[in-house]
Design a protein around this ligand. Structure first.
Ligand SMILES: [Zn+2]
Ligand SMILES: [Zn+2]
Length: 319
């Protein structure tokens, strides 16, 4: 597959970056500069595509009209850090490096790693179908990661940062604790390696899956219809997951892209009456604090929930 990002990045590199490097005598940085042009192109394109699709939906068919949108600004910061700074690094460099290292190690030990196409030869020569199958398997992994993050107290303490947002918009998709994100990257990459996703398809898969996830956070009345919302996670479906009284273990609709896992494992709820989002029990700093205050509050809540049982045991023993 020709990589569209490499083409655009190549053009930016030749017409903007190289002349600048030459002008200032910095040609020794040429290779590094190209990598950054590639990363930045991918990141900026992700944000632009999300923006082009989600903003009209929020502007022309909003669900809630807020007087002020103060806490949305922080979600924009989260999105720019994640999509432009971290995602490109993780999806291009991290995955490529991990795949080369793993395959090299396996081949050295006389083992040729299987790919989805070698396991299911029917997928051979059908790149669109295998792309879809990769997406379905990765999303299945995401369902369980998300569900576990609601099951274990310490993990929910971190994930509560995502749920604390009362002004939920498509920007809220990237509102996550850095530790929660880190676990998420390892989880996602591990599954990608296990099923043999080709390194150049990986960034495209991330782009496609995260686009649906961003849209599912949008503040919009747009509905997918009875069938549509059973095929793809809709804004109403994910809103029920973010419902004020559905935080923590009582939540539903953990699916990121396909609602099928929730339907199969009986966690689906196709309510349409959920409007208010947030986590009523989360500390206020998680909702409206600065970036550092939110990160710190997430760590503190995680620690409190981790040691909750131990503290309870100590109290019982003391009585
Ligand atoms: Zn959640
Ligand atoms: Zn969410």
């Amino acid at each position: 597959m020709t990589d569209p990002f490499a083409l655009i990045a190549g053009w930016i590199h030749e017409t903007i970056v190289l002349p600048l490097l030459f002008r200032f005598g910095l040609m020794q940085w040429e290779d590094t500069a190209f990598m950054w042009a590639l990363f930045a192109t991918y990141g900026v394109l992700q944000v632009l595509i999300n923006y082009a699709i989600c903003v009209p939906a929020e502007r022309f068919a909003p669900l809630i009209r807020w007087k002020t949108r103060e806490s949305v600004a922080m979600d924009v910061v989260y999105t720019l850090i994640a999509r432009i700074g971290i995602f490109p690094l993780v999806t291009f460099f991290g995955f490529y490096w991990a795949q080369t290292a793993l395959n090299g190690w396996l081949t050295d030990h006389g083992y040729i790693p299987p790919t989805l196409e070698t396991i299911f030869p029917a997928l051979m020569g059908m790149p669109v179908l295998s792309f879809f199958v990769y997406a379905v398997i990765l999303d299945f992994g995401e369902y369980w990661r998300h569900r576990f993050s609601h099951t274990f107290g310490w993990w929910y303490g971190l994930h509560a940062l995502h749920h604390a947002q009362r002004q939920m918009t498509f920007w809220s998709d990237d509102r996550n604790h850095v530790l929660d994100d880190t676990i998420g990257y390892f989880w996602f990459i591990a599954i990608g390696l296990l099923i043999g996703v080709p390194p150049m398809q990986f960034p495209l898969l991330v782009l496609a899956l995260r686009l649906v996830e961003s849209f599912s956070h949008a503040n919009t009345r747009i509905r997918f219809g009875w069938l549509g919302e059973r095929l793809l996670v809709s804004p109403q479906f994910h809103r029920a997951h973010h419902g004020l009284n559905a935080a923590g273990r009582n939540s539903c609709n953990y699916g990121g892209v396909f609602p099928w896992w929730d339907m199969i494992f009986r966690t689906a709820d196709f309510r349409h009456d959920v409007v208010e989002t947030g986590d009523a029990r989360a500390p206020e700093a998680l909702a409206t604090g600065s970036w550092f205050a939110q990160q710190w509050a997430g760590m503190a809540l995680s620690w409190r929930l981790l040691t909750r049982k131990r503290r309870r045991r100590q109290t019982v023993a003391a009585e």
